[in-house]
Design a protein. Sequence first.
Length: 126
Amino acid sequence: MKIGDKLHGTVTGIKSYGAFVALENGTTGLIHISEVKTGYIDDINDFLELGQEILVQIVDYDEFSHKASLSLRTLEEEKHHLSHRHRFSDSRLKIGFKPLKDALPSWIEEGLTSFKSSCLRLKYCL
């Protein structure tokens, strides 16, 4: 079992903070209330009930205790194909960190000059 896997399970317990689920592979997991759906949820009982069969996605897995953190929200968001948001970057140019690398020497020189002038002004340097 790994993060991102989608498994079928049965809701075995519901608390105010989330729902416990017995997964088809024999492990148990918890769907935190924040992972039930996108947005605010006042009462988890409005969305889940004991014995309900559900498909969940694993968002975390503790190999020591063999317990999983589960999500319904990630599956819901997968259905909504959101258009790619415009980011103010030049990622489409595939230039990576090159502009930063090119500017770094001048930034270092600028910083040293500023440091030296403040040392002279304060008459104190390390």
